[in-house]
Design a protein around this ligand. Structure first.
Ligand code: PXL
Length: 290
């Protein structure tokens, strides 16, 4: 029997404080009408951007959890991975996609490991090669520009033109995924915008979407973006509409939070924005790259 609601395996950490990973993945995908089955990769007191964080890595537990799901005969319409607790987990996610994926299942890998030119505090350097390998199994990957550079073994660029963006996307598609997306793109022609770009190898088209920059940064916006993108694709949206909805939602969450004084950049007010996921997609915010 088909799942009455599209069912997604969400392979991310659970961080108690600092909105990111499962604490954004679950509310976003649930609001979008999907059933989320979380497979936690690690449990943290707070995300790794908050000093003093404590982490409990679940690498040794994952094989048993996965075996139980296999014994239960679970079927997934989507598999969506993010922050991993160790480099060894990349192989586990790869086998998970082999075991539970297939032509009717969307596999999204967000190669969460770095930002602003640096690996996150808990990330071993081997994670870069492991994420590169794992990307082979995904249809969609959503690196930010630092993660894209690390995966392609290139310097992190301070600015790219459109021809260069297309070349980067093709190079990412050559790693395996048919639909690579790059976020936090330093696009020379749109310095005032927060921009994402994507390529669809199936039709050879490149897409840009974005929203005006707000002069602040909130932690977890990459996870928020990838979660809405995953939900939107699983709802049947096209790639550019899914990009546009994700940018729109991130911009709404940021603008909703930015107006308050006294909130740290770990405290994006996700719940204020969730109801906007019920509104029909606007499609005015994307462009085809000529
Ligand atoms: O937002 C990415 C992310 C997810 N999970 C954990 C993190 C980070 C980024 O720092 O530390 C635990």
């Amino acid at each position: 029997m088909r799942n009455p609601l599209p069912r997604v395996a969400a392979i991310h950490d659970l961080s108690g404080f600092g909105r990111c990973s499962l604490t954004v993945v679950i509310p976003i995908l649930s609001t979008m009408g999907l059933e989320v089955c979380p497979l936690p990769t690690a449990v943290l007191s707070a995300h790794t951007g908050i000093s003093g964080f404590k982490i409990f890595d679940l690498t040794s537990q994952l094989p048993d959890f996965i075996k139980h799901w296999a014994d239960l005969g679970l079927k997934f319409d989507g598999i969506y991975s993010g922050f991993l607790g160790s480099a060894e987990q990349a192989d586990m996610v790869s086998s998970f996609i082999d075991r539970f994926g297939g032509p009717d299942c969307l596999a999204v890998v967000d190669p969460v490991m770095a930002d602003f030119g640096r690996l996150y505090a808990s990330m071993p350097p081997e994670m870069i090669g492991e994420m590169r390998k794992l990307a082979q199994k995904a249809q969609v990957i959503t690196p930010n520009i630092t993660e894209a550079a690390f995966m392609l073994d290139r310097p992190v660029p301070s600015s790219l033109n459109e021809a260069e963006v297309k070349e980067w996307l093709k190079a990412l598609a050559d790693l395996g995924p048919a639909m690579p997306v790059i976020t936090s793109l330093p696009l020379a022609s749109r310095p005032d915008k927060s921009v994402v770009a994507a390529y669809n190898r199936e039709d050879g088209r490149f897409w840009l979407a974005g929203r005006p920059q707000v002069p602040t940064q909130y932690h977890g916006t990459g996870d928020i973006f990838s979660s809405v993108l995953t939900g939107s694709l699983l709802q049947g949206d096209s790639l550019p509409v899914a990009l546009d909805r994700s940018c729109q939602f991130v911009a709404t969450a940021i603008r909703t939070t930015f107006g308050y004084s006294g909130l740290s950049h770990h405290e994006i007010l996700l719940e204020r924005a969730l109801p906007t996921l019920f509104t029909p997609p606007e499609s005015g915010g994307y462009d085809l790259m000529a």
